[in-house]
Design a protein around this ligand. Sequence first.
Ligand SMILES: [Zn+2]
Length: 91
Amino acid sequence: MYCVNCPAEISRAHVETAATGHAWGEWEVVKQASANEEGLMRRVCANDPGHVEEETIPKLQPQTSLFQRFIERIREFFENIIEWFRRLFRF
Ligand SMILES: [Zn+2]
């Protein structure tokens, strides 16, 4: 503390200020992801339980064989051709 009229120091006291910022806990899985639905995980701040962070867990990729992927490519290819004709002849 300093005098308001001159630069003299009046008193000095150690003041501890609260640490600001988050103290995030571990991520907890709220909902497991499946092949059809995204999952959800959440973590809570130790300083303030009102601070909550959530993140989605991506859908699980179904195990596809090389053959299935090959068929999928062919299907996309023909879909694109059909789309192209559709635009060309406007049907
Ligand atoms: Zn926080």
